[in-house]
Ligand binder design. Structure first.
Ligand code: HEM
Length: 555
């Protein structure tokens, strides 16, 4: 029988277990045979993987003694000036980020995606615009219910989370190894997951909780059947398919919408563990799947998956005999055959687990232009849940961490927050709209409206223009006209004092709004502006035009 690391090369199941030296690969600090990992760009980077022979504090001060605390006399006590000692302790106490509330135990690897077939008739996403397009990607596989230290061989669905770094932003496909799920409404997710975790009193796992919930939630029966079938315990992460499970959508250049399901077919073939094998491995090698994945990559046996899609044109969703957006249902392959798209290959181990795997944050709402969601209630719930979970688990600026950061230009007005470690967009404007040339929306990327059934016909999900058929001026003008003479003067003066401090183009535009509310309103402000610091404004060629027939202030 192997010891707990399986280092004897056997696991009692006549299955080879990777030995310590095989699976660990290069020792800490040595070069990886598989490439550079995520080396810092230069040796002065905090956390750089470049070996610096001089030990330093977090602030870079060279350390002279890392073996002995500073003490008052040979026997102690330790004195407060031992800053390095306290820094080490404090950092250590904060090493753990909260584990994921689900899918806590996982393994990741870097890779590449290659487009092998043309699906541009379904989507205008640049990634799929040409056969041969590639992008870097990252995958994280996981179990669902167990804690971060739990055994890899549990009978449990496997998470299948992929992040594709494209020139139009990150596409995250956060799926499972099953095409369906236990519940069909996101409001039931936390209740369901509680049954997969520990019983509140005893802190033990409880079959009663699980079956109590399932027996009261018959929509779970399809997924429960998969869970207890031969596919319930995959043999590592390489021998299983992945599924979006949810229905998403694609939009093509003609603005036509197609509903799609994503499938990732393993090129390694399906392999599962028996319940007995899984149980033994849980003791002999609880990190079995992690070891298997890393070992395969180390020895150049690179795992790969084919991406295929099932497609349903928007007009055909009414033809289903069941709700096509119900996550407890599959789309039959005979009605919706699999269409080839591409292949991804995992070719590089993470060089640091915490930085690249633990801090990886996947989010089903990360889709590309030319892709969209669907009315699936579970998906809608997930769009809300994931970024919220990341902000709690990793922090406000989790998007900036190298493993999560988009590899294309990011330009917006979100700012600040704890651990903002980039330049925070310097002194660029931090609001929109602005007239200082900041990034602007481009209507070509507007979400394509789509229809969903409603009580009386259909309702369109869209970004409705809040200005359409809206009058912003009449009520304001009415209020202005109600003001007594002296209040009109005071109001106009107060506005002029503030508005007068701004560039002329802003004054002009704002005056045009006041004029639409009431020409007298604009004229009075203009008069006070003339008394302010910008008398030249009064000579601007369009000043008279702006206030129209309203009287101009005297020079
Ligand atoms: C309403 C239903 C669901 C909710 C509210 C939900 C919520 C969550 C949350 C909060 C996490 C932890 C995220 C983190 O801390 O990084 C998570 C992880 C995950 N979920 Fe869900 N989930 C739902 C359903 C599903 C479904 C149906 C799938 C698969 C089709 C799925 C796949 C995953 C995967 C793969 C991860 C791990 C991602 C990673 O590797 O970091 N979840 N989920």
């Amino acid at each position: 029988m192997a010891d707990s690391n399986g280092i004897n090369g056997t696991n009692g199941l006549n299955k080879p277990v990777h030995t310590d030296t095989q699976s660990q690969g290069p020792r800490i600090g040595s070069e990886s045979p598989l490439g550079e990992g995520s080396k810092g760009p230069h040796e002065k980077d905090p956390g750089s993987t470049h070996i610096n022979p001089q030990l330093t504090t977090n602030q870079g001060r060279p350390v002279g003694d890392n073996q002995n605390s500073v003490t008052a006399g040979r026997r102690g006590p330790i004195t407060l000036d031992d800053f390095n000692h306290f820094e080490k302790m404090a950092q250590f106490n904060r090493e753990r980020t909260p584990e994921r509330v689900v899918h806590a135990k996982g393994s990741g690897a870097h890779g590449h995606f290659l487009v092998t077939h043309d699906i541009s008739q379904y989507t205008y996403a640049k990634l799929f615009s040409r056969i041969g397009n590639t992008c870097p990607m990252f995958a994280r596989f996981s179990t669902v219910g167990g804690e971060k230290g739990s055994a890899d061989t549990a009978r449990d669905p496997r998470g299948f989370a992929l992040k594709f770094y494209t020139e139009e932003g990150n596409w995250d496909m956060v799926g499972n190894n099953t095409p369906i799920f236990f519940v069909r409404d996101a409001i039931k997710f936390s209740d369901f997951i509680h049954t997969q975790k520990r019983e509140p009193g005893s802190n033990l796992k409880s079959a009663t909780m699980m079956w109590d919930f399932w027996s009261l939630s018959p929509e779970s029966i399809h997924q429960v059947t998969i869970l207890f079938s031969d596919r319930g315990i995959p043999d590592g992460y390489r021998h299983m398919h992945g599924y979006s499970s949810h229905t998403f959508s694609m939009i093509n250049a003609k603005d036509e919408l197609f509903y799609v399901k994503y499938h990732f077919q393993t090129n390694q073939g399906i392999k599962n563990l028996t319940a007995e094998q899984a149980e033994l491995l849980a003791g002999a090698d609880p990190d079995y799947s992690q070891r298997d994945l890393l070992h395969a990559i180390e020895k150049g046996d690179l795992p790969s998956w084919r991406l295929q899609i099932q497609v349903c044109p928007e007009a055909d969703v009414d033809k289903f005999t069941f709700d096509p957006f119900d996550l407890t249902k599959i789309w039959p392959h005979k009605d919706f055959p699999l269409i080839d798209v591409g292949v991804f290959t995992l070719d590089r181990k993470p060089s640091n687990y915490h930085a690249e795997v633990e801090q990886a944050a996947f989010n089903p709402s990360n889709v590309l232009p030319g892709m969209g969601y669907s009315p699936d209630k579970m998906l809608q719930g997930r769009l809300l849940s994931y970024p919220d979970a990341h902000r709690y688990r990793i922090g406000t600026n989790y998007d900036l961490l190298p493993i999560n950061a988009a590899k294309c230009n990011v330009a917006n007005y979100n700012r600040d927050g704890s651990m903002r470690f980039d330049g925070n967009f310097g002194d660029l404007p931090n609001y929109e709209p602005n007239s200082f040339g900041g990034p602007k929306e481009n209507p070509k990327y507007r979400d394509r409206p789509y229809k969903v059934p409603a009580d009386n016909g259909t309702v369109t999900i869209a970004r409705y223009d809040h200005r359409e058929n809206n009058d912003d001026y009449t009520q304001c003008g009415n209020l202005w006209r109600l003001f007594p003479e002296d209040e009109k003067e005071r109001t106009a003066k107060a506005i002029a004092q503030s508005l007068g401090q701004t560039p002329l183009r802003i004054q002009r535009l704002q005056l045009s709004h006041f004029k639409k509310a009431d020409p007298d309103y604009a004229a009075r402000i203009l008069k006070h502006l003339g008394n302010n610091e910008h008398p030249e404004y009064l000579h601007a060629p369009d000043a008279a035009e702006l206030v129209g027939a309203a009287r101009l202030p005297e020079k």
